[in-house]
Structures are given as C-alpha cells and as structure tokens.
Design a binder for this molecule. Structure first.
Ligand code: CTP
Ligand code: MG
Length: 223
C-alpha cells in the first residue's frame, strides 16, 4: 500500500468565532476539536503532521502517538507548505482541524481515488441560493446547479501538490484548483453534512450534538 500522511491544519486564529482561544482548541464533549480531527484520520493514514499557531501550543495538547507538530504560516496555503516540507510519503491528505467529523468511509474514498487522479476533494451541493452582491445590492443570481461547496480532507500526490504550489504561489486558497491548472483532472467525491467546518458560534452547538448523538452511531454518521 502507498503510504499516506495527513496534514491537519490547526494554525488559524479563528477570528470569525470570536472566542478567546482559536476554535480548533475549543472543547466539545471531553475533547478539543483538534483531537476529534486527529482521531478521525489516524487509523486511515501512516503519519500525521499538525500545523499550530506556535510550537509552544503543543505542550498543552493531549499527547497523540505518531503526531508531528510544525509552525503554520500566515495563510492556510503557507501552513500547508510548511507541513509539506516534512512529508515523506507519496500521498498526502490536507485537512482542516476545524472539520472534526470525517468518517472512515469518506477518508477511504478520498484516498482510493488517488489511484486514478492527482487530487481528490469531497464536495456538497450548495443548499442556499447564491447571489452576486455589488455595493450592498443584488447584481445577479447565477444558476447554482453545478455549484458545490468544498470540504476536506483533500487528497493529493505529494509531488504534484508541491509543484502546484511552487508554480502558482501560496496565495490561492483552493489547492485542487492549482492542481487542475497544472493540467491534472481533480476528482470530486460525495462529502457529508457532518463534515461542516466549525466557523461561527452556532456550529459549536452542532458539534456538541454530533458528539452526543451521532458519533458512535455508524448509520447516523454515514450520510
Ligand atoms: N489554518 C491554518 N493556517 C492558517 C489559516 C488557517 O492552519 N494560516 C487552518 C485553521 O486552523 C482551520 C483551517 O485552516 O483549521 C481552515 O481555515 P478557517 O476555517 O478559515 O480557520 P481560521 O482561519 O482559523 O478562521 P477565521 O478565517 O475565522 O479567522
Ligand atoms: Mg481563515
């Protein structure tokens, strides 16, 4: 089996959450969100690298076997670059620590499609109408049938992701787009509503509900 490293991005400041600590370190149930993210991936990959705002933070985290910590960068993609310097496997998953509830089935699918694709990405249909705003007024309403929301973990052939970032720079947020621009098709796989990203305070209530009622119920969590 080709070895896989998971890069878990936990170096953000979580400004939209407006909490005193970055959202990935908030506790829901008995664990920090980062711990759920690590637990969700650790049985599906060979190594885990976690980006942190500062390496000092690592001392205060629950000990996790086989996890390496690295300081992140100013942007999400710069955090990915810092972690990629330590990756020595052919395949890599890039995952948001703020998305704590990936299922094994989804992670397996993201990895399996890397047999045929340079990059893979879970996506969900958009539930709300999408409009274009110009100076606070409605400018236009695009047909959203082909629109998708992007989730993580996203899978990559490590050398192609490195080449994509080196070629197109570190300021683009959607890494599979950089791989596409290199000329490689990117495979979308079905995401999950439980793979939401904790962003604003109400999503913490959803996370608490998941931990209490869904996490240990395979049928309920696999949607
Ligand atoms: N992230 C990171 N390094 C950065 C920015 C973000 O590792 N320089 C991580 C975050 O910790 C998060 C994930 O990337 O797990 C997705 O980013 P986002 O949801 O935007 O988190 P934040 O940037 O922390 O939040 P906000 O945008 O509200 O400040
Ligand atoms: Mg952000």
């Amino acid at each position: 089996m080709t070895e896989v490293t998971a890069v878990i991005l936990a170096a953000g400041l979580g400004e939209r959450m407006k909490s005193s600590v970055p959202k990935q370190f908030l506790t829901v149930g008995n664990e920090q969100l980062l711990d759920y993210s690590i637990s969700a991936l650790q049985h599906s990959v060979d190594r885990i690298i976690v980006t942190l705002p500062s390496l000092d933070v690592a001392d205060s985290l629950k000990h996790q076997d086989g996890v390496t910590y690295v300081k992140g960068g100013v942007t999400r993609t710069q955090s990915v670059s810092n972690a990629l310097n330590l990756v020595d496997t052919d395949l890599v998953l890039v995952h948001d620590a703020a998305r704590p509830f990936a299922t094994k089935r989804l992670v397996a699918e993201v990895i399996a499609e890397l047999d045929s694709y340079a990059a893979t990405c879970p996506v969900m249909p958009v539930v709300n109408s999408i409009v274009v705003d110009r100076d606070g007024e409605l400018e236009s309403t695009p047909e959203r049938a082909s629109f998708r929301e992007v989730q993580t973990p996203q899978g990559f052939h490590t050398d192609i992701l490195r080449e994509a970032i080196a070629t197109f720079g570190e300021d683009h947020a959607h890494l599979p787009e950089l791989v596409r621009r290199l000329g490689h098709p990117v495979k979308h796989v079905d995401g999950s509503p439980w793979l939401f990203k904790v962003t604003y305070a109400p999503s913490l209530a959803m996370a608490a509900y998941y931990v209490e009622h869904v996490m240990h119920n395979e049928e309920a969590s696999d949607v």
